[in-house]
Design a binder for this molecule. Structure first.
Ligand code: SF4
Ligand code: SF4
Length: 100
């Protein structure tokens, strides 16, 4: 069976804090080329990245298109949502999906 985001979360829970920090740094660099260049992000004054992990932005309000679907972090983590900056992290959108 294909690996799902749920499986990735389980794997990540076994990693050390150091390893998670390293992975987040690498993912942030990739994210800068997607979130950082996305129309929803541009001009909002937001400087944070990696909303799939950290959850909603406090500065972004209007959805104007999302670059997450082609982002390599999305496929590597088996994420399947988008607009993490306005709709919440992968974990949060997973919870919403489960409760709907
Ligand atoms: S989560 Fe999607 S919509 Fe939000 S800034 Fe990143 S690419 Fe753009
Ligand atoms: S999936 Fe979206 S929020 Fe996550 S790293 Fe990629 S562009 Fe950034």
């Amino acid at each position: 069976m294909a690996k799902k985001y749920e499986d990735v979360l389980k794997e990540m829970s076994k990693l050390s804090e150091e390893e998670i920090k390293k992975r987040m740094e690498t993912a942030s660099k990739i994210c800068a080329n997607y979130c950082g260049k996305c129309p929803t992000y541009s001009g909002t004054g937001e400087t944070k990245l990696l909303f799939c992990g950290i959850g909603k932005s406090e500065m972004i309000e209007e959805e104007k298109g999302c670059m997450c679907p082609p982002c390599p972090v999305q496929s590597e983590m088996n994420l399947r949502w988008q607009y993490y900056c306005t709709r919440g992290s992968g974990r949060e959108q997973l919870e919403k999906e489960k409760s709907s």
